[in-house]
Design a protein around this ligand. Sequence first.
Ligand code: SAH
Length: 262
Amino acid sequence: MKFFALTIFPDLFSSFMTHGIVRRAIERHIISLNTINVRDYTTDKHQVTDDRPYGGGSGMVMKPEPLAGAIRAAKEADPTAATVLLTPQGRVFNQQRARELAALSGLIFICGRYEGVDERVCKHYVDFDISIGDFVLTGGELAAMSIIDALTRLLPGALGGEDAAEKDSFSNDLLEHAHYTRPRRFEGVEPPAVLLSGHHKEIEDWRFESALIRTVLNRKDLLENRLLNRREIDILRKWCADIERIVRAQSSSGTGPFSGDQ
Ligand code: SAH
């Protein structure tokens, strides 16, 4: 997959491109990432990329001509790539969207700065808008890197076999199970015994239950938006029954903190 980042700060991407899975994916030609310096597409002597807003007020706006030139250059390199405006006003990015975008051949990211981008570029040069969440960054570069990172790990061959993306959080509308590694005893705490048992079926059952219960505790909304399968219903019933038994035992013994309540 081909990525282009249109930015006035291309150096921000250097470290990102030379570490970890993104670096490996570039070396294996699974992705390419080209930064295009918007300043290179200015036509004035001072290479100005921003200007004061029409109508007055504070802040600066990214000028349309250099951005349009940078977009045209990226399009020349990959005419099939879609152009994305990074903006807090866009549709919010998530794992489902990551899967959809990972099927495309290329993406051109417009990394805004200041108050954002001249509306005429947004209207005439952009295929879709993406936000990475309901907060405001000072520039689109971190948003572009977040999206490129999330897409890269979905591409075939980008991750090693042992950490495949299908088990990641959100892949099945579930958060991922808890993880433990050596040492066996850390600050007096050991991993759950089942993980040391070598019993693959029991380990798989424990991980499934861990994922489901973590999702119930941290992100109930993920489960509310989809149908539960038989296995999930059975586990949740078992937890409900256990909780019910604990509460009953408290109220019948008359010693619980709520024993006086009716
Ligand atoms: N004045 C704008 C915000 C500008 S922030 C507004 O209120 O809508 C400057 C730049 O940072 C934006 O042009 C965009 O490219 C980037 N940015 C800020 N927050 C972002 C977010 N949540 N997702 C994606 N890009 C963001």
